[in-house]
Write a protein that binds this ligand. Structure first.
Ligand SMILES: C[S@@+](CC[C@H](N)C(=O)[O-])C[C@H]1O[C@@H](n2cnc3c(N)ncnc32)[C@H](O)[C@@H]1O
Length: 342
């Protein structure tokens, strides 16, 4: 079952990290970031350790506040957050032209929310690739409950070096995941390698937009908050992503920042000035309730020491994302559809 209760949040906090080591893992994680004196070079060199620590620490918060799919969505007026998340996933499946019988790869699959939705929507077999053991254990349980264990599976590996032969997949997608790559060209080249010739790769990338000014201190601060709160070595620009795709060998079929024509801003669920009953846990009051609850659970020993600090850096992330979104310097939905030539 989906872990959405307060005690689930407390017991899952830290993922595969031993409970007594959560506090030091939080400290080590924070030290990677500019906010705590870290630099981009060390985040890139140690990306595997940094990203894994981040998801061990943050996954139960994500599941508690966001559900099974850990991504933002383009959203129409009148659409609930949950509906928009599913439609965002269906859009990807449609652009890729997924059909029954296709063998698909989900790169950086989280606990498999999008994988289950897209597999049911398109009748495809999907392999979820993820480097985080705790998320895979959650994904396997949720796949079993959904009755998808026969057609979909998970592989624990790094997307910079995947354990698949050349030309294995009919289609590949990545949702808000390849932003964790220390090197975009290297990551896209690996995706290119395991894709069959003539077939497509589609993704939603986290990017700084053309409005981002690297010399502007406020912009730099927001970028650093986004990196700290989301386990990122660096946030690339849309142009850098596009260039990296071409360098990897792909032909670009379509590319667009979907946030530009989203009638409801993607950051609305995290905006503290907005109240929503359906996304209550993400609202200002809901987050305060969660923070107080986590503090209390930590105090009485039901959540590991360090839990409160995790909720603090996630709060920083939310602020950075909302402000980056409002200033239009950041997007979590730079969409592209690219093809591996025949
Ligand atoms: C924001 S989550 C998105 C998860 C999923 N796509 C979704 O939308 O629910 C990013 C995911 O990328 C995975 N990831 C990050 N770096 C990775 C790497 N080097 N190799 C494989 N997976 C990675 C993380 O473990 C996490 O599952």
């Amino acid at each position: 079952m989906s872990k959405t209760g307060a005690l689930d949040l407390a017991s899952g906090l830290g993922g595969k990290i031993k409970k007594q080591e959560v506090q030091s893992a939080v400290e080590q994680y924070e030290k990677y970031h500019v906010y705590h004196g870290g630099d981009e070079e060390s985040r890139k060199t140690n990306y595997s350790d940094m990203v894994n620590k981040y998801y061990d620490l943050a996954t139960s918060f994500y599941e508690f506040g966001w559900g099974e799919s850990f991504h933002f969505a383009h959203r129409w007026q009148g659409e609930s957050l949950r509906e928009s998340i599913k439609r965002h996933e269906h859009f990807l499946a449609l652009q890729l032209g997924l059909k029954a019988g296709m063998k698909v790869l989900d790169v950086g699959c989280g606990i498999g929310g999008p994988l289950r939705e897209i597999a049911r929507f398109s009748s495809t077999s999907i392999t979820g690739l993820n480097n985080n053991e705790y998320q895979i254990s959650r994904g396997e349980e949720l796949n079993r409950i959904a009755g998808l264990s026969q057609t979909c599976n998970f592989v624990k590996a790094d997307f910079m070096k995947m354990p698949f032969s050349d030309g294995t997949f009919d289609a590949i997608y990545a949702i808000e995941a390849t932003c964790h790559a220390p090197d975009a060209v290297g990551c896209y080249k690996e995706i290119y390698r395991v894709l069959k010739p003539g077939q497509c790769f589609a993704a939603y990338e986290w990017c700084m937009t053309k409005h981002y000014d690297p010399k502007n201190q406020e912009h730099q601060k927001l970028k650093a908050e986004i990196e700290l709160g989301n386990g990122l070595p660096d946030v690339r620009s849309t142009d850098q992503c596009l260039e990296a795709l071409k360098l990897a060998g792909f032909e670009v079929v379509m590319e667009k920042d979907l946030s530009l024509d989203s009638p409801v801003p993607w950051y609305l669920p995290l905006d503290t000035s907005v109240f929503s009953i359906t996304s209550f846990r993400l609202t200002s009051f809901g987050r305060l309730v969660t923070k107080t609850m986590v503090k209390t659970l930590e105090f009485v020993g039901l959540a590991p020491a360090g839990s409160d600090r995790v909720s603090a850096f996630l709060e920083k992330a939310a602020e950075g994302l909302v402000n980056g979104g409002k200033k239009e310097i950041f997007t979590p939905m730079y969409f592209f559809l690219v093809r591996k030539p025949l």
